[in-house]
Write a protein that binds this ligand. Structure first.
Ligand SMILES: *Cc1c(COP(=O)(O)O)cnc(C)c1O
Length: 426
């Protein structure tokens, strides 16, 4: 066979917009933070473990292991031999029915299985919603600091992302005036994350009512990311945004990833909370179905496990998780007070994260939040997320969902790092 003539060039050109989106991802930022880290560095004999306080995935720690009933549900679904097939586009009916019932417990009305669409984790729910809402010229309002996956998916779909502030001095409430100021005729929706990632806040009933009123006045939908639903350990209880769906229609996004501590199982949902049938009338429902026809589905056997997983998981499991999170949030709050160069505006009451502010004037040799995290990883083997990865420069996001003794160790190392690099002699 004759050797093919060398191609002068291949007809591929990288999509520069796509290459730029890695800057909008937690994984991209953590990759950069860890790049210079050499495991078991630090010298001095004893090997120090890496303390992972960057990503919110406590599944590695035995104290956060998922409920045995959840494992039984999946094992049972596999053994039944009934879930080796393709699923339907919207998801298996029994799973959708059980999720509808599960979520209706906290609502003033009943959801139907037809309101529930199963997705490959909450991440795919975000992808789908951003694709469904996108049209040329449209924009979507997202919180800052926030979960940048929304921006990335919006931008990738050709939508503009506009930022409204969360207010640190008001427990990270939405700056309602800011929302009104940036919305216009092309705004389709606003996003809230409750309980909050990255801030660890939990919104009150009154605040959510204000959000709903604002959305209604602006004629925009509310997307509520409730992937941390019920993971609260402070004064405030979780209130689902769906409670206010008669004021403004709500997309509720969720998954089993965080509450059951199984992010690898990839099962999430989009729920349309819409007692006035706005989504039906405006063809949102048709758009979601159409999108699902051209996307992949979550694994069928995990869908098959959902009814038993929801029905059988004991309160004991949830209470244990909450108890540990309350303890680690307390440790975090107390220890952070003793670290110069770092201030924490409010104590976390939900999710697994807290935002803290860096005072770079105390740290003359540190350039910014990314530099801080890279050097902390290198020198102390402690991984934190730089604020730039949540749209908040020179702040840090700390994950406290790790086992308590590792957390204490990690915060002590953070303290020595700050002291060592500090010009204060405290
Ligand atoms: C973790 C997380 C997700 C993604 O959840 P998966 O179910 O693992 O895809 C979505 N939104 C927020 C705010 C998260 O923290």
């Amino acid at each position: 066979m004759a050797a093919a003539a060398p191609a002068a060039a291949w007809n591929f050109a990288p999509n520069e917009a796509l290459l730029g989106l890695t800057a909008h991802s937690v994984r991209g930022a953590l990759g950069r933070v860890k790049a210079g880290m050499v495991a078991d560095g630090g010298g001095g004999g004893g090997a120090r473990p890496v303390i992972p306080m960057g990503q919110g995935d406590p599944s590695l720690f035995p104290c956060f292991r998922t409920a045995p009933e959840a494992v039984d549900a999946v094992a049972g679904a596999l053994r039944s031999g009934e879930h080796n097939c393709y699923s339907s586009c919207v998801g298996l009916e029994p799973a959708r029915r059980s999720i509808a019932q599960h979520l209706s417990n906290d609502l003033p009305y009943e959801l139907s299985p037809d309101d529930v669409y199963l997705t490959n984790g909450c991440a795919q729910a975000i992808e789908i919603i951003c694709s469904v809402l996108a049209r040329p010229g449209a924009n979507i309002l997202v919180p800052r600091p926030g979960y940048l996956f929304y921006e990335a998916r919006a931008i990738f779909n050709g939508m503009e992302a506009r930022y409204f502030d969360l207010l640190p001095e008001k427990d990270w409430e939405v700056d309602i005036n800011g929302v009104q100021a940036i919305a216009d005729k092309n705004t389709v929706a606003m996003v809230i994350v409750n309980p909050g990632n990255p801030c660890g806040n939990v919104y009150s009933y009154e605040h959510l009512a204000k959000v709903a009123e604002t959305a209604r006045n602006l004629g925009i939908f509310v997307i509520t990311d409730e992937v941390y639903a019920h993971l609260t350990f402070g004064e405030r209880k979780f209130v689902p945004m769906g409670v206010f769906a008669a004021v403004a229609p709500v997309f509720t996004l969720g998954s089993i990833s965080k509450r059951w501590v199984v992010p690898g199982w990839r099962l999430g949902w989009i729920v349309t909370n819409d007692p006035n049938d706005v989504f039906q009338k405006t063809k949102v429902v048709d758009s979601i179905k159409s999108y699902l026809d051209i996307s992949s589905d979550p694994p069928t056997f995990v869908q098959g496990a959902i009814p038993n997983l929801l029905k059988n998981t004991k309160d004991e499991f949830f209470n244990k998780t909450i108890k540990i999170l309350r303890e680690t949030a307390d440790i975090c709050w107390e220890k952070l007070k003793g670290i110069n160069a770092i201030t924490c505006p409010s104590k976390p009451e939900g999710s697994m994260f807290v935002m803290v502010k860096l005072d770079l004037t105390c740290l003359p040799d540190i350039k910014d939040d990314m530099d801080f995290c890279c050097r902390l990883a290198k020198e102390e083997l402690v991984v934190l997320l730089p604020g730039c990865a949540v749209g908040y420069k020179n702040w840090l996001r700390i994950t406290f969902a790790i086992d308590p003794s590792s957390l204490e160790d990690g915060l002590d190392r953070l303290r020595s790092f700050c002291l060592r690099h500090s010009k204060l002699t405290k």
